[in-house]
Design a protein around this ligand. Structure first.
Ligand code: PMP
Length: 422
């Protein structure tokens, strides 16, 4: 077999044309304002960097060496305590928790060890783009169920986007292995409510499905909304892996520490895979995060909690950027969680790139390229979070990140104000 015939290698070649990579490259080459990717351009809280500094310069030299393969004991201990509280059960740090190199590696390990070639996996659209790639690389088959806004026009919120129950039920076949649930959702910012989670959990229980609950944005929730863990629903603990990310929770995306929490029979498979493919995650960052979580446990639900501070600050940033976008002719869909705003560009699309399809390229992608080139503003086309079949649902939207300093948001305002005038 020649290299070109191999499905995986041709897929990997195609990934080089990923719009996210292309737009990022264009933006960094021409110095555009980058609201494309979801990382903070502000420092983490001092007590967290101090904890890392202490880990690196303190007397405990063992922190510079390999720690336990499945997770640094101090970190798995505090996470087990925390999730015992969240799920009202007693978790065992060695059996129920695995530390990974970011939640990304947790997702990848799940795809490699619990999903098999030919398995069908349900993805709710718009989905975190990596799910599709990871599943396809494994030879699994993503099956797509789109969320749709139930009202058009007027003020839009991520809560208006819902799945159709009959469509979700129809997506299950004898080959369905799992459903990926991302709440709060990237890119939409939707926080699934109890009724929606109940429907998903009923489906999982009825058809004996694995539920991959990607909860990396669990700390970034606004307007008094509550994050509900699907693992806490009846009969769901034994079939759910919940994923979290230190990057998103403590504004340290570069530390790349994530975790999987779940029942022993699932975590054990992941641990075995982890030992063969990854072996051990870095020790100093795990130690520092253990210190940070221990502090959070003491101050949880008080103004001293970083989780409270960050969500309050981000809610103001969200409101501010929605306002700037709406003033410029976008129609922002206010997110209840996460760090992105989806904005409807129907009113400005034609002026920017015309209405007609002149190539296979999605209109929103053409718009995003135009915005980088002409306006020096980098945003992401929503179509990259959709399947081919449902791409038409996404072409009038872009995704914009608000996890940025107020100075950056003011620069965005200047660009948008000038845009409006021109
Ligand atoms: N899941 C979702 C939905 C994400 O948005 C991201 C990061 N953008 C990840 C997982 C990966 O998280 P980490 O940075 O911890 O690897």
């Amino acid at each position: 077999m020649s290299v070109n015939d191999d499905t995986t290698s041709s897929m990997l070649k195609r990934l080089a044309d990923d719009p996210m990579l292309v737009l990022n490259k264009m933006a960094s080459e021409n110095g555009s304002l980058d609201l494309g990717l979801g990382f903070p351009n502000f420092p983490p809280p001092h007590h967290i960097t101090q904890a890392l500094s202490d880990a690196a310069t303190g007397n405990n030299f063992t922190l510079h060496h390999y720690t336990s393969p499945y997770g640094h004991p101090r970190l798995v201990n505090v996470l087990a305590k925390l999730y015992s509280k969240f799920l009202s059960t007693t978790l065992d740090p060695t059996d129920h928790v695995l530390i990974t190199i970011g939640a990304f590696q947790g997702l990848s390990s799940i795809c490699q060890s619990l999903i098999y070639p030919g398995d069908e996996v349900i993805l709710l659209e718009p989905f975190y783009a990596a799910y599709k790639t990871m599943l396809e690389m494994r030879g699994a088959v993503p099956v797509y169920v789109p969320l749709r806004p139930y009202k058009d026009g007027g003020e839009q919120s991520s809560a208006n986007w819902v799945f159709n129950t009959a469509e979700l039920q129809k997506a299950v076949t004898s080959k369905t292995k799992a459903i990926f649930l991302n709440t709060p959702m990237n890119p939409l910012g939707k926080v699934f409510d109890k009724k929606e989670l109940r429907e998903i959990s009923d489906l999982c229980v009825k058809h004996n499905l694995l539920c991959v609950a990607d909860e990396v944005y669990e700390r970034l929730i606004y307007g008094g909304k509550q994050h509900t863990r699907i693992a806490s629903f009846p009969n769901m603990w034994q079939r759910t892996i919940s994923l979290g990310s230190a990057g998103k929770s403590f504004s340290v995306t570069g530390w790349k520490v994530g975790w999987c929490v779940g029942p022993k029979h699932l975590i054990q498979v992941l641990q075995n895979y982890h030992f063969s493919a990854i072996r051990t995650s870095p020790t100093p960052t795990q130690e520092a995060l253990a210190v940070a979580f221990e502090k959070e446990m003491h101050v949880m639900n008080t103004p001293e909690s970083y989780f409270q501070t960050i969500s309050k600050e981000l809610e103001l940033k969200r409101n501010r950027l929605c306002q700037y976008l709406n003033k410029a002719g976008f129609n922002a869909i206010t997110p209840d969680g996460g760090c992105y705003i989806i904005a409807d560009i129907s009113n400005i699309l034609a002026h920017a790139v015309g209405k007609d399809k002149i190539s296979e390229e999605a209109l929103d992608y053409r718009f995003a390229k135009w915005a980088v080139t002409e306006k020096k503003l980098c945003v992401m086309p929503l179509s990259i979070f959709y399947s081919e079949a449902h791409r038409y649902m996404s072409e009038k939207y872009v995704r914009i990140c608000f996890l940025k300093t107020d100075e950056t948001l003011e620069k965005a305002k200047e660009i948008l104000d000038e845009w409006k005038q021109s």
